[in-house]
Design a binder for this molecule. Structure first.
Ligand SMILES: C[S@@+](CC[C@H](N)C(=O)[O-])C[C@H]1O[C@@H](n2cnc3c(N)ncnc32)[C@H](O)[C@@H]1O
Length: 273
């Protein structure tokens, strides 16, 4: 079966679709609730003290740039993504923010990193694991490239929980599944993580659950819904008209103050023994 998750096939997408992803990732990163989840786990893993941090599945470099902008962080970041377009967008944004010299951007597959053993003090996968076919391989690679005692942060959505309220519950449930398939490869990976972490020979230092839910107006979910106009048809599950009709309904609910959208997110802080 061909893959429907657009974020898992970014090395094959056209530039205009990739720009939709960049815009969505930037809007998401700037949202106060999403930014708070990132800050919380960066602080928990005391990443400021690290000399060299690896950001895998970096996209346009949201995590790498956040770290490089942080005045307490004096190290450097290597940021890797499958998509050359996203990496180039990351380089441009880092340049504009004056932090380009602190970040090395590379194109590569996180399931098979072309990086030496034990070269990093810490590694971060910020919404990557739900998009790869072999999450265990990613964990094993991160264990290999992080120094003994080094920390690894795995942050992602529990996308099996993503849901949008709809006056027609059947249609609503159908679109919850369409959305999930269009943007996710492994909707339940964060529930499987305790077992995968043990298999990869890593230890859990901390676990933090979060819920990103909005009732009434769509704020965080607004840019998501806009991106779905383009992404849902691209995934091959619905026509552009169907995707736009669903998105129009969500926007109307938001304007009327009757929107509901929610997804759980989890942060795992791990340690290489
Ligand atoms: C949802 S985006 C997150 C991007 C970034 N971490 C952020 O939060 O803005 C997922 C990213 O993972 C990348 N990706 C997916 N599979 C990958 C793989 N096997 N190796 C490297 N990157 C991958 C995609 O290209 C995409 O940029």
């Amino acid at each position: 079966m061909s893959r429907t998750d657009v974020y898992g096939i970014t090395d094959t997408l056209d530039d205009s679709t990739l720009q939709v992803l960049v815009d969505r990732l930037e809007a998401r990163a700037k949202h106060v609730k999403f930014a708070a989840m990132l800050s919380e786990y960066l602080e928990m893993m005391r990443v400021d003290a690290a000399q060299h941090v690896l950001d895998v599945g970096c996209g346009a470099g949201v995590v790498a740039r956040t770290l490089a902008r942080c005045h307490r962080f004096r190290g450097k970041v290597t940021a890797i993504d499958l998509s050359e377009y996203l990496v180039r967008a990351g380089q441009r944004l880092a340049q504009a923010e004056g932090v380009a010299e602190r970040i090395e951007f590379l194109v590569g597959d996180t399931q098979q990193l072309k990086l030496p053993d034990a070269g990093f003090d810490a590694a971060i996968a910020h919404t990557l694991l739900s998009h790869v076919e072999q999450p265990l391989m990613v964990l094993q690679e991160l264990r290999r490239v992080v120094k003994p005692g080094g920390q690894i942060a795995i942050f992602d959505g529990d996308y099996a929980s993503i849901t949008f309220g709809h006056e027609d519950p059947k249609l609503g449930a159908r679109f919850d599944l369409i959305v999930r398939n269009a943007v996710i490869t492994n909707a339940m990976v964060m529930r499987q993580l305790p077992r995968l972490i043990a298999q990869a020979g890593l230890q859990v230092v901390a676990f933090v659950p979060h819920t990103l839910a909005e009732a009434g107006r769509a704020d965080y979910w607004h840019s998501s819904i806009q991106s779905f106009r383009r992404i849902l048809p691209k995934s091959g599950q619905v026509s552009a008209d169907e995707a736009n009709a669903w998105a129009d309904t969500m926007e109307r609910y938001s304007a009327q103050g009757v929107f509901f959208g929610s997804c759980n997110f989890y942060s795992y802080i791990l340690r290489r023994p």
